[in-house]
Every structure is written in structure tokens, then in C-alpha cells.
Design a protein around this ligand. Structure first.
Ligand code: BDR
Ligand code: CA
Length: 315
């Protein structure tokens, strides 16, 4: 049983990643840390609390992370069209939490949890890197103990914000670069593989057919995501990417992907700001701290994803 922290910018596929972890018998979700990205952080906190209420999992604490990119004092979600104004495709989460976020900061929660659980814990990042980088900076002794699985970046594919930049790495390139520059153990689940992990309208219909409130909510929310994804030039029809759920699945079962060891950096200025590329200063270093997922067993992943979501919404 793996202990899990989810660092989410909730977000449709973040909500699906949360659902995946809650439906996984081999995961114990010890907390959610909210970051900004698809939504402003307050909306992310609210979405996490309400999703947990919907699943009757108000035992899982929610912590608020850092609200803005490094060096700034505000944040406006640029790509909200993909996730709707409320982060869940303009579909209301059918439950309202009766609690608020914890007093402790997300940064301190991550630090304390890594200190306490070490190898038994995996931290899954599916939004901006700001909070994670701040935790590594505040308590450098956790760098050798933390296991991070990061949805973000791309080594072999164009970005999804522009040809260079993937959304999560582009939110705060300075923080993302700091994260990769540490010797922390990082598995990068980027567009190289997440663009192959798809959810179809048949899959959403299967969730709706359960007749449960949460099944219908997930189906309606994801149909919105499929609808907007279809509008992208050259996009496959009737499907959306399962970016964040794939990172969650890999965190529990690394055999779903084949990885390539490399030391990465993130460009922090210039026309390709936000791009994940090999760090030339560490290319020949015998120690490679990042494993980039380059191949995925999509059939095994999609089957497991649907099995776990169906079991969650019918439990
Ligand atoms: C990432 O960006 C966000 O919009 C998604 O939730 C995912 O984490 C994909 O680039
Ligand atoms: Ca996300």
C-alpha cells in the first residue's frame, strides 16, 4: 500500500486523477495539496473539498499551496476554456463540503510527510510546480527522500500551450527548473505519453450508466473536456487526454511506462520559456535524477483506469 499526496490544480483531469487514487486499493491518500493552474487556488481548494465530500471521504485533509508563480503576486488561468470557469467543465460538483482547508500550509505538510514516511510515500504533482519547489527549497534534507511523479513537460512532442511549452511546466518555469535541478527522484509523465492515454465517450457513458450521482457527474464533466479537446486542430474526435490520471497510475505502478534516465532543465526565459530539455551541464553526469516516461501500455492503463473509476462510483 503506497501513501500518496496529490498536488492538484483541480481541473477535470485532476479530478479524474483524484478519483483514480480514491478507487485504488493499493493507495492511501494522506492529503491533497492545492495549487493554481487550471483554476485559481481558492477554486482548487473548493473543488478538492467538494469532490472529497461527494465521495464521502472528508477524512482526507486538504492544504492550500502557494497561490502565484515565483516573483508574481497574481494569477489568472489562461487555459480555463479546457476546464470551464469552475474547473469541472461548468458542471457543479454534487456535494458541498462542510469544512475548509487545514491551517498548516501545503509546503509544511509535504515536508513533514516526506520526513515521516520517506520511501513509503509518493508525491504526485499535476499542476504548477511552485509549492513542490518551495518545499524542496525550505527543507533541502527531504530532497534525498522524496519520490515525485510529475505530470508535465515533454521531451519528444510539441507543447500544448505553444510548440515548446506544456501547461504545467509553463505556469512557473522558475519553480519547475528548480525542482528538476535538485537531485530529487522524479518520474516525468509528460505529453510524450499522456497524449496516448485517452478517455472516450463510450467510457463516459459507462460511468453514466452506473446510475450513481458521482458516475453521472464524472461523465458530464469529462464530456465537456472531450467537447473542447475535439476543437483543437487535428485532434482525434470523441476522446480527451488523461494527462493527470496517467501520472497517478504510474505512481502506483511504474511498470505501465518505459522510462529514459536524464537530467533535465526547464527554460526560464526566451522564446522557448517553459520547455523541458536536457541540462547540458549535467548530461554526462553518471547520476540521472529524472526518469522520463517515453512509452506507455495504454491498454493496461485504460482498462485499469475504468475498472477503478467504476468501482469507486458504485461503492
Ligand atoms: C496539464 O495541464 C492541465 O491543464 C491539465 O490538468 C494537466 O495537468 C496537461 O498539460
Ligand atoms: Ca492538472
Amino acid at each position: 500500500m503506497k501513501k500518496v499526496i496529490l498536488d492538484l490544480d483541480t481541473g477535470i483531469d485532476d479530478a479524474l486523477a483524484l478519483s483514480y487514487i480514491l478507487g485504488s486499493p493499493d493507495a492511501e491518500l494522506i492529503g491533497i495539496t492545492a495549487t493554481y493552474g487550471n483554476v485559481v487556488i481558492e477554486q482548487g481548494v473548493t473543488n478538492n473539498l467538494n469532490l472529497l465530500a461527494m465521495y464521502h471521504r472528508e477524512d482526507v485533509p486538504v492544504y492550500k499551496g502557494i497561490a502565484y508563480p515565483t516573483g508574481t503576486t497574481s494569477f489568472e488561468p489562461e487555459w480555463f476554456v479546457y476546464h470551464g470557469k469552475n474547473g469541472t467543465g461548468n458542471i457543479s460538483i454534487p456535494a458541498t463540503a462542510t469544512r475548509t482547508a487545514e491551517e498548516k500550509s501545503a509546503v509544511d505538510f509535504i515536508i513533514d510527510s516526506v520526513r515521516e514516511y520517506g520511501n513509503d510515500l509518493v508525491v504526485i504533482s499535476t499542476g504548477s510546480s511552485t509549492t513542490i519547489a518551495a518545499a524542496l527549497e525550505k527543507a533541502p534534507e527531504i530532497i534525498g527522500k522524496i519520490h515525485l511523479v510529475v505530470m508535465g513537460g515533454s521531451l519528444t512532442q510539441p507543447g500544448n500551450c505553444n510548440p515548446f511549452q506544456e501547461a504545467n511546466m509553463g505556469q512557473d518555469p522558475i519553480a519547475s527548473n528548480k525542482m528538476f535541478a535538485t537531485d530529487a527522484d522524479i518520474t516525468m509523465v509528460g505529453l510524450d505519453v499522456t497524449t496516448q492515454a485517452l478517455m472516450s465517450r463510450e467510457n463516459t457513458q459507462a460511468l453514466r450508466d452506473t446510475g450513481t450521482t458521482s458516475g453521472k457527474f464524472l461523465a458530464d464533466m469529462t464530456d465537456y473536456y472531450i467537447g473542447v479537446s475535439e476543437n483543437d486542430e487535428g485532434a482525434p474526435q470523441g476522446v480527451c487526454n488523461l494527462h493527470d490520471p496517467l501520472a497517478a497510475a504510474v505512481a502506483l505502478d511504474p511498470t505501465l511506462v518505459k522510462t529514459f534516465p536524464i537530467n533535465l532543465k526547464v527554460e526560464t526565459e526566451g522564446p522557448s520559456i517553459g520547455r523541458t530539455i536536457g541540462d547540458p551541464s549535467r548530461l554526462l553526469s553518471p547520476v540521472k535524477n529524472t526518469k522520463v516516461a517515453l512509452e506507455v501500455d495504454t491498454k493496461r492503463f485504460t482498462e485499469r483506469f475504468m475498472e477503478r473509476l467504476l468501482s469507486l462510483v458504485t461503492s
